[in-house]
Design a protein around this ligand. Structure first.
Ligand code: SF4
Length: 267
């Protein structure tokens, strides 16, 4: 079923009274971009409070250094999404898992036990979804240029018309801000789907995965209201303005130590 039963029940109770929004993807005046530069979803939802990371990459052309936090994020995504991508043949499941672990080396071996537990959760969700014939796609390409974002954007999973975004933290202190950033991401996907096919999208889901001591999955149902929709458009315009004007937005009061540019900004 992709989502646990209680999440479906919660969605139904949230949507009982229906939903209304002034800002819909199909209202051209509401979503029209104010700048020519078209940011990606990961740029508008990056952990950098001032978006200096975008300035460094797109204006100063500084290559983004890789670090453990980024690799861990990619690894957790791959472990969780793989069972949804493949035909889950029981005799091959461990083989798929081992090949992911081998491709990430030491970092994956360090967390192998927790990652396997996460993989088993994902296999169970994927099998249930198939058995119940619930339509979903993994990282589908959704055109987004008409709402001023990059040519295509892709939620981790699109379940019917519900975008699901997966986020992970290796520092417990990052949990809340990571979930908040991803609420913006699901709202961006909702606007893009609306402008693409004219179907309203009022709910998204953020799945937060924590591998600290135990594997913890936290499901956040996101009601995509006007406040969140406007926040996406403001974030889009802010990032596009930085790229277009080439102005350095400066450093925030504090920076996450996991930021890949930490060594650049705090050299
Ligand atoms: S180190 Fe700070 S200012 Fe620099 S990109 Fe990261 S969060 Fe932004």
């Amino acid at each position: 079923m992709v989502l646990p039963r209680w999440v479906w029940d919660y969605i139904k109770s949230v949507m009982e009274g229906g939903s209304y929004a002034d800002v819909r993807g199909w209202f051209r005046d509401a979503v029209a971009p104010r700048h020519l530069a078209r940011p990606t979803v990961s740029e508008i939802t990056s952990p950098c409070p001032t978006k200096r990371d975008v300035y460094l990459r797109r204006v100063s052309k500084v290559a983004m250094p890789d670090n453990d936090a980024l690799q861990m994020g990619r690894l957790i995504h791959e472990v969780f999404l793989t069972p949804f991508r493949i035909e889950p043949v029981f005799s091959k499941l461990d083989e798929y898992f081992e090949s992911i672990i081998n491709s990430y080396g030491e970092l994956a071996i360090k967390y192998k036990g927790s990652l396997y537990e996460l993989y088993r959760h994902a296999v169970a969700f994927a099998l249930q979804a198939r058995e119940e014939n619930i339509p979903y796609s993994v990282e589908p390409l959704i055109p987004a240029s008409s709402i001023g974002l990059s040519d295509f954007i892709k939620p981790d999973i699109l379940l019917g018309f519900i975008p699901i975004e997966v986020v992970s933290s290796i520092q417990p202190s990052d949990d809340v801000s990571n979930i908040g950033r991803k609420e913006l991401a699901v709202a961006a996907y909702a606007l893009a789907i609306e402008t693409w096919i004219g179907h309203p999208v009022d709910i998204g889901v953020v799945l937060h995965i924590s591998l600290n001591s135990i594997v913890k999955l936290t499901w956040r149902v996101v009601r995509i209201d006007d406040t969140l929709r406007r926040a996406v458009l403001d974030a889009r315009d802010n990032v596009a303005r930085i790229v277009e004007t080439g102005e350095d937005p400066g450093l925030p009061q504090s920076c996450p130590r996991t930021c890949p540019f930490y060594g650049v900004c705090h050299a």
